[in-house]
Design a protein around this ligand. Structure first.
Ligand SMILES: Cc1ncc(COP(=O)(O)O)c(C=O)c1O
Length: 353
């Protein structure tokens, strides 16, 4: 069951626009993304950028034109995994953008300035790309399946292979600032011994970091990598509290069955999300001390969460709002077990005070 989090950071204007739109258009399930909030987060990130520190946008985190346009307007380029993602960003690319091909597979991007990850020291890099080596992240028991572990790489190897960039992404395991800083310190030792390394990409995975912590990480990167261009590529962090998903209650006994589905609409959602209820007073309500909200599919695991309150009442037609939804959810929005994929609305609402 997902942890419930306080939705107080969600702006009222955002919520009321979304609820009005949902009711007006008789929608079954719909994502709402507040582009103003996403743009504000991008700008906060870009205030830390300069000639040496660059932020690029991981296309997989929100592969939708509205957000790609914002990224193109403010950021320093894109992280793409394959030719299909490259096609999505081609219309937006500017000549000085970094295009970092982060999937260590061999494919040839038909485009100018590209940094290309190889998975191991014997990778075959295409011509006309800067050669990057994907360095595998490890912490405790966790070992990323992408890239070569730091212990297996020597400065001589990097020189011999003409590698001029390193890419270190934390992946989806929950990391915190100390773990990220330790990883950075280990990487910086190798870079120190390797004068030909010009770019170091430290990936994304900022989830859960406050802005002050991101600033601290960026400051450490500047200090520990004084000669290199440092690149970051956070995805989820940029969404912040800009996304929500709305559905409605269709049954009240024994659980609140909703038009939403964890499997169909929140499949790639890794963040804790919050559920709140918005009564519509359309029918008689049931009283509960604790009510479980479940998805509309018949998969056992299709559960959204619980609300506990001394006197919560739920009726058919009430709205269920899932907040803290990221672009990954929309990227993997699909119909499942007869439950239709959700609609998506992008709009601009003022930031919360
Ligand atoms: C190479 C790479 N960079 C950046 C990201 C973005 O990660 P996040 O959305 O956790 O910041 C991903 C996501 O998986 C990734 O694979």
């Amino acid at each position: 069951m997902k942890k419930m989090r306080n939705a107080s950071t969600m702006s009222n204007a955002f919520l009321s626009f979304s609820i009005k739109d949902f009711v007006l258009h008789s929608r079954t399930s719909c994502y709402y993304f507040n582009l103003s909030e996403i743009e504000k987060n991008i700008q906060a990130l870009m205030s830390m950028s300069d000639e040496r520190v660059k932020f690029i946008f991981p296309v997989k985190s929100f592969p939708h034109d509205e957000v790609l346009q914002l990224a193109a307007r403010h950021m320093n380029g894109f992280d793409v995994s394959n030719a299909m993602e490259l096609d999505l960003v081609k219309p937006h690319l500017k000549s000085h953008d970094i295009v970092w091909s982060s999937s260590p597979n061999v494919w040839t991007p038909a485009i100018g300035e590209v940094v290309m990850d190889g998975a191991h020291l014997k990778s075959e890099w295409p011509k006309n790309t800067s050669r990057a080596l994907r360095v595998s992240f490890s912490a405790g028991q966790f070992q990323s399946r992408f890239g070569t572990s730091l212990e297996q790489i020597t400065a001589d190897d990097l020189t011999r292979q003409g590698i001029t960039a390193l890419h270190f992404h934390h992946g989806e395991i929950p990391v915190n600032l100390p773990v990220m800083t330790q990883g950075l310190e280990r990487l910086a030792k190798l870079v120190d011994a390797c004068p030909q390394i010009q770019q170091v990409n430290l990936g994304g995975g900022f989830t859960g970091l406050t802005q002050a912590e991101v600033e601290s990480l960026v400051a450490s990167a500047r200090r520990l990598l004084p000669q290199q261009t440092v690149v970051f590529e956070p995805g989820r962090w940029l969404c912040g509290s800009a996304g929500l998903l709305i559905g409605s209650v269709t049954e009240t006994m024994p659980h609140a069955v909703t038009t939403l589905s964890r499997d169909g609409h929140l499949r790639w959602q890794r963040e804790p999300f919050t559920i709140s209820m918005h009564p519509m007073h359309l029918s008689e309500s049931q009283q509960y001390a604790t009510i479980k909200f479940v998805g509309a599919s018949c998969n056992e695991a299709d559960q959204l969460g619980e609300i506990s309150s001394r006197e919560i009442s739920v009726a058919k037609g009430d709205l269920v709002v899932v907040s803290n939804v990221t672009g990954y959810s929309l990227a993997w929005n699909h119909s499942f077990n007869g439950v239709p994929a959700a609609d998506a609305v992008f709009f601009r609402a003022p930031a919360p005070k």
